[in-house]
Design a protein around this ligand. Sequence first.
Ligand SMILES: Nc1ncnc2c1ncn2[C@@H]1O[C@H](COP(=O)(O)OP(=O)(O)OP(=O)(O)O)[C@@H](O)[C@H]1O
Length: 227
Amino acid sequence: MSITLTDALLTYPDGDTRLCALDHVNFAVDRSKLVAVTGPSGSGKSSLLAVAGLLITPESGTVHIGGVDVTGLSRSERTTVRREQLGFVFQQSNLLASLTATEQLQLITHLGGGRVRSVRSRARDLLASLGLEKELDRRPHQLSGGQRQRVAIARSLMNDPSVLLVDEPTSALDEDRSREIVALLANLSRERDVAVVMVTHDLGQLDLVDDVYEMHSGRLTRAQVTA
Ligand SMILES: Nc1ncnc2c1ncn2[C@@H]1O[C@H](COP(=O)(O)OP(=O)(O)OP(=O)(O)O)[C@@H](O)[C@H]1O
């Protein structure tokens, strides 16, 4: 398995008691799979992504990435695992208004200290592979919502992650564009051998995913197997 949460417990203070955001959650996603996590607002989906993304450490239970237990790592070790093995795509594409599509991707690697020329050609190749060959030098305001989300997905692949964590990627898109983005995530999970975890309210695209999980009050259950 590429990412595994075992018996993960996470609570938050809630008045005099504690609210259980992850209630002994077991979750595993293999490489080349796209898995959707659905559930009502407040059920714990963002908490699941935060624990899977090593942004929050569970109170008990473990997180394994690529078979390695990363639960007890120091903050800087967690940052290294995040930089080398994880990719993130957020609800809004979070692109910088002044940068071209290519520069959005270059920036990520420059922050991590990559070489300029190879980074630029890798950025352009990645964008082209996601159907953005004509948009390489466009800035966010010159792109459609779907194209912006594609740039954000390309950016998340710059470090060649083994796990991609995607939060509501279609919430700002119409139905056709939403379907294109979920189909793109399904394809790239297979072509790039990535485990993709997608939190979504968009139940119309679930036929494209490999597994569906549902969260309710911090409890995670497998909803349906479509492939
Ligand atoms: N930092 C925090 N402090 C206290 N409670 C929190 C904190 N973060 C989340 N919660 C609570 O934990 C529960 C789970 O929240 P979480 O954001 O994980 O749910 P969600 O399913 O992602 O919701 P949404 O779909 O609205 O984003 C909610 O009841 C929320 O209010």
